[in-house]
Each structure stands twice: as structure tokens, then as C-alpha cells.
Design a protein around this ligand. Structure first.
Ligand SMILES: [Fe+2]
Ligand SMILES: [Fe+2]
Length: 129
């Protein structure tokens, strides 16, 4: 069983956003599996880099999407995106200084953040698709 199991209820109904969310889920699953399998810190660091880059790709897409539709809750939504990026950036710099830092709490945080954000915030996009 995967760390995060994709479920139809996560679908927003905008194909690119749904594909991007699935990719984020697979990156978090990969990070979790890597940490559990005792992968070396270089590989874990690479997955973190990939995750960080893809989060930017995804948030940029959603933010442009919201702007194009004059989405009324865009400001608070963008704030949540920024908070996650800051949290991820903090973790990455901590991890760069200490590669033995456990990634378990980060995996748990990412799972909770992603699922809550998708279900509570991104889901509201459905009405604007
Ligand atoms: Fe979002
Ligand atoms: Fe999203």
C-alpha cells in the first residue's frame, strides 16, 4: 500500500491540475519509500529537489488559472501556496546541513498538507472549470 493512495475524491475536474496533483502524490510517495528503504542522502536530496521544483510548476499553473478566471479567493489561496514553499525551503536547507535529519515528519506534514489543501481549497475550483 502506498503512503498516499490516490482517490477519485481528490479530483478537481481540471485535467492538468488533476495530473499535477497525481504527480505530487507520487513524488511524496517516492520520498517516503526512499526514506523507509534507507536510501542515501544524495538520492533523498534529489527527490526533495524534484519535489520543490514541481511544487513551483504546479502552484504557478494554479495561480495563473485563478487569475484567468478572476477567482475570488485567489489571494488567500496564494498565501497557502507561499507558506508551503517556505516550509519546504526551510526543510531543504536544514536537510542540506544535516543529511541524517529524519524525513518522516516532513513526509507526514506533506501528506496532511497536500490532502487538506486539495480537498478544502483546490476542490473549490470545480465550480470554475
Ligand atoms: Fe492550490
Ligand atoms: Fe493544487
Amino acid at each position: 500500500m502506498e503512503f498516499i493512495e490516490w482517490d477519485q475524491k481528490f479530483e478537481v475536474g481540471e485535467i492538468r491540475i488533476d495530473i499535477q496533483h497525481k504527480h505530487l502524490v507520487s513524488l511524496i510517495n517516492m520520498l517516503h519509500a526512499g526514506v523507509n528503504a534507507g536510501m542515501n542522502s544524495t538520492i533523498v536530496g534529489n527527490i526533495l529537489d524534484e519535489l520543490d521544483m514541481y511544487v513551483i510548476v504546479h502552484f504557478t499553473y494554479e495561480e495563473k488559472w485563478m487569475e484567468a478566471r478572476e477567482y475570488p479567493e485567489a489571494d488567500s489561496h496564494k498565501k497557502q501556496h507561499l507558506e508551503l514553499r517556505q516550509k519546504l525551503a526551510n526543510f531543504r536547507s536544514e536537510y542540506q546541513h544535516d543529511p541524517d535529519l529524519p524525513c518522516g515528519p516532513l513526509c507526514d506534514f506533506l501528506r496532511k498538507w497536500l490532502l487538506e489543501h486539495v480537498l478544502e481549497e483546490d476542490k473549490k475550483f470545480s465550480a470554475y472549470v
